[in-house]
Design a binder for this molecule. Structure first.
Ligand code: IMP
Ligand code: MG
Length: 427
């Protein structure tokens, strides 16, 4: 049994796509288990940029790909992504669990309508219909992949859902649809027919892979602080971007999960609203945002940026049980004179090391920073790194990294210092 989980330790966008791509080389199977096309995973291969939202990033490596039961699946997006990879000569080898819930066009409208109705209290969702789709699942009115592939079952479910949401959207949210039930039915039945060949009991298939000792790579989407329970609720996503979700979102037992890699960006970013204790503002923020090209893969929104936050990472490590860490985008900090890491917070006069359980407390914290000398990672340093590995890191960068390692008490096994596949140090 050989399984690896890749988990976002912060607010998402930690650079999981690149690490997954590297790990996928040795994987036999790649699996997604939560979230949907709210995710945006960027992978750069020989200068070519791939942006995937729904398919596991390992699909680019032509691996056996699985979409587990816990994924909210938008079939329109799936169709586009399969087509875009096939255009590049990448044939997808895909398996979709029949239990996956389907995102339908009315979910997007409800997502937008709710955000508008919340006014200044809006969450800043990706507007991809995630909340409404997962709400249907929890309310037990959802339409699953198993229904999509069967015209009769799909019709029955749509006959109930569609008029219900026409009414709700009109009366409660003041939104009308620019599509009819019949149009949705025709389009989605045809998508169902096209995708029927992918239907597989993913729980059985992945368990078989694990039992045969194959390498299975579980690709998390979003980040831990966006967890529906343990994140900064209500400024969170509607699924669980934590390691436990790999069990419920695929249908495998927890003891089958072995290596849990926490992906930690060398600083912190957040897209959308919600508390962010180490956030930077003004010129400092602009410099970091531009250096890191911190603009959303899915929505293009400028990301909020700030220093690395250890109370946040302690929460993340507690929830996920990281066996190793990967630090990403270290090169983005290059050239900054001083760097800062928040080791603790002051909350109502007390020093606290753990991330508080609720936003009204998180909003009151002041980070206590430890200051570090900056470092330079220019092209010539990068060449050196590619050749010599970890030892070639500037002394001050090593100090920055070992501080994180010692404080979180999890070994750093990889460090990424650029977008390309080769810009990766391994221990
Ligand atoms: P939703 O997942 O679209 O409902 O959005 C809920 C919150 O999660 C918003 O703050 C989004 O910006 C954030 N979010 C969702 N997916 C991602 C992601 O893949 N990366 C970063 N933030 C995300
Ligand atoms: Mg992303």
């Amino acid at each position: 049994m050989n399984s690896t989980l890749v988990i976002g330790s912060q607010f998402g966008d930690e650079g999981k796509g690149k690490i997954v791509d590297y790990l996928a080389e040795k994987a036999d199977c790649v699996v997604r288990y939560q979230g949907g096309n709210n995710a945006g995973h960027t992978v750069v291969v020989n200068g070519k940029i791939f942006k995937l939202h729904l398919l596991p990033s390992g699909t680019i490596r032509k691996k056996n790909s699985f979409i587990g039961a816990g994924v909210a699946l938008d079939p329109r997006v799936l169709k586009q992504e399969i087509a875009s990879l096939e255009k590049e000569g990448i044939k997808v080898n895909l398996h979709i669990d029949p239990r996956c819930h389907i995102v339908l066009p009315y979910h997007n409208i409800i997502d937008i309508g709710k955000e508008e109705a919340l006014k200044e209290k809006n969450i800043g969702t990706t507007r991809r219909g995630m909340g409404p789709c997962y709400s249907d699942r929890a309310s037990r009115i959802g339409i699953r992949f198993d229904d999509l592939v069967a015209e009769k079952r799909f019709k029955e479910k749509l006959d109930w859902n569609f008029p219900y949401y026409v009414d709700l959207c009109k009366k409660v949210l003041g939104k009308t649809f620019d599509f009819t039930q019949e149009e949705v039915f025709q389009e989605y039945v045809s998508l169902g027919k096209e995708f029927k060949k992918y239907l597989t009991d993913v729980s059985i298939a992945v368990n078989n892979c694990l039992d045969k000792g194959k390498n299975v790579l579980f690709e998390g989407a979003q980040g831990t602080l966006l967890d529906n329970d343990f994140g900064t609720y209500p400024f969170v996503t509607s699924s669980h971007p934590t390691s436990g979700a790999a069990t419920t979102g695929v249908g495998v037992a927890p003891q089958k999960l072995k290596t849990v890699i926490g992906i930690v960006k060398a600083y912190t970013t957040r897209v959308g609203a919600g508390p962010f204790p180490t956030e930077l503002k003004g010129e400092e923020a602009n410099t970091l945002r531009n250096a890191g090209n911190e603009f959303g893969t899915t929505t293009g929104r400028p990301r909020r940026v700030g220093w690395l936050d250890l109370p946040l990472l302690r929460l993340s490590n507690r929830l996920n049980g990281f066996t190793e860490l990967t630090i990403t985008k270290l090169d983005v900090l290059s050239g900054m004179k001083k760097l800062f890491i928040a080791d603790s917070y002051t909350l109502e006069g007390n020093k606290v090391f753990e991330f508080p359980y609720a936003n009204h407390l998180v909003e009151k914290v002041t980070p206590n920073y430890v200051e570090f000398e900056g470092f330079t990672l220019e092209e010539k340093n990068k060449e050196n790194l590619r050749e010599k590995g970890f030892s070639a890191l500037p002394y001050t960068a090593k100090k920055y990294l070992s501080f994180i390692e010692n404080k979180i008490n999890v070994p750093i096994k990889m460090v990424s210092f650029g977008a390309e596949r080769n810009d990766l140090l391994k221990k």
